[in-house]
Design a protein. Structure first.
Length: 131
């Protein structure tokens, strides 16, 4: 059983460029970090393995409550095509986040999204398929 898990989950990333690791990944598993947002912004299927600001919003490909659910969730997410409805909900969430919680109130939701996408592009992320 341990061998099977190691083959399914070969990496536990703690150092290096997270953008490169996410770009390389087929599925991203996070537990409530900024990487949740980055993974979705990069169009990667996201499995939430803990509470996140994205929990319950229909943005992640899967959400798990226990380690027993993780393998099935990753398998399901790996077969998930890019979902325009999920991306649309993500863009709506970014607009809400900007309106309700960010201090720079001079930006419209579209300007905020564009600024985020610009920062991702500067990091080398291809954002053509996002929002």
């Amino acid at each position: 059983d341990v061998y099977k898990r190691q083959r399914l989950f070969p990496l536990n990333v703690s150092h290096g460029d997270p953008i490169e690791w996410i770009r390389w990944a087929d599925v991203v598993v996070c537990n409530g970090s900024t990487m949740d947002l980055v993974a979705v912004a990069m169009g990667k299927p996201l499995v939430l393995a803990g509470r996140s600001i994205l929990s319950g919003k229909g943005i992640a490909a899967a959400e798990v409550r226990s380690s027993r659910e993780l393998v099935g969730a990753v398998r399901t997410a790996s077969r998930t095509e890019s979902d325009s409805a999920r991306q649309s909900r993500f863009c709506q969430f970014l607009g809400w986040l900007r309106n309700e919680h960010l201090l720079d109130s001079d930006l419209t939701p579209n300007e905020f999204r564009n600024r985020l996408l610009h920062q991702l592009r500067l990091s080398g992320v291809n954002t053509d398929c996002i929002c």
